[in-house]
Design a protein. Structure first.
Length: 269
């Protein structure tokens, strides 16, 4: 840049080489200050964390990652450096409804009743449906989570949000865990969970059906929190074929893949 400044404006060169004008002038005048040198090393580490998190970590989650690497910095300083690097988190897509409670199908009583204190695994499961956008259209994901272990015990993915999708997730959960009779199966009042065939399947496995009342999302909050974070942390902003989303849709937790130390796994562990 020092040799090319005679032919091009400094502002253009700084944009091309992705450096700040103040940093270039400080360098041209002599050695950077100790704090400026630390800032440059922090920028490299921040960019690495940003890439490793698939551009999903904000300042609060970047800070402990930097501390683990030996960089001690406040959130304001990290935020300033992120602005200088023009780093931003990927945003979740516009909300898309996945629950249709306008039906005449029978519903179950609320047995869970916002009680998230089971004493053993396979005592209470909560289930929910989420979605993500792909190059081939919307992809729907049904997941079942154990309230005690916070483990994803069953899941299914498909192009349509049907009763068959939720049934496949339930079959996989039962096959994986073989729960005893009496397990509480909690869901919302969506038509997929109120369907006669699905209710028969729940009864066949000896489970107790439990459903939140309309407009009350607190009983399945842990499942909804899981699916919302899974969308924003691993799926949102990802445009690819549906069959290639299986590894990233369930990265972390009890399934193969990476881990999220500062995501929902730490909140419910």
């Amino acid at each position: 840049m020092n040799t090319m400044r005679l032919d091009y404006p400094i502002a253009v060169l700084c944009r091309a080489f992705k450096v700040s004008r103040s940093g270039f002038y400080a360098w041209s005048k002599g050695k950077l200050s100790p704090r400026a040198q630390v800032d440059e090393r922090l920028k490299v580490a921040i960019k690495a964390v940003h890439k490793q998190s698939r551009e999903t970590y904000g300042t609060r989650r970047v800070q402990p990652e930097l501390e683990a690497q030996g960089f001690i910095a406040g959130r304001d300083r990290i935020a300033r450096l992120r602005r200088e690097l023009n780093l931003r988190c990927k945003q979740k897509r516009k909300f898309k409804a996945t629950t249709n409670s306008n039906h005449n199908l029978p519903v179950a009583d609320n047995l869970l009743n916002q009680t998230f204190s089971p004493t053993r695994p396979n005592e209470a499961w909560v289930t929910d449906i989420t979605y993500c956008a792909t190059d081939e259209g919307w992809l729907y994901v049904a997941g079942i989570k154990d309230v005690f272990t916070c483990e994803l015990v069953g899941y299914a993915m498909g192009e349509r949000m049907t009763q068959g999708l939720t049934a496949q997730a339930l079959w996989r959960a039962v096959r994986n865990k073989r729960p005893e009779k009496g397990l509480i199966h909690h869901s919302d009042r969506g038509s997929q969970y109120c369907a006669h065939d699905y209710r028969k399947l729940v009864e066949q496995f000896g489970m107790q059906a439990s459903m939140s009342r309309k407009g009350n999302c607190f009983d399945k909050a842990c499942a909804s929190h899981y699916t919302s974070l899974r969308r924003s942390d691993t799926i949102s902003g990802t445009r690819r074929r549906q069959d290639s989303l299986m590894p990233c849709a369930f990265r972390g937790g009890s399934l193969p893949g990476g881990s999220y130390k500062h995501s929902f796994l730490s909140l419910y562990a």
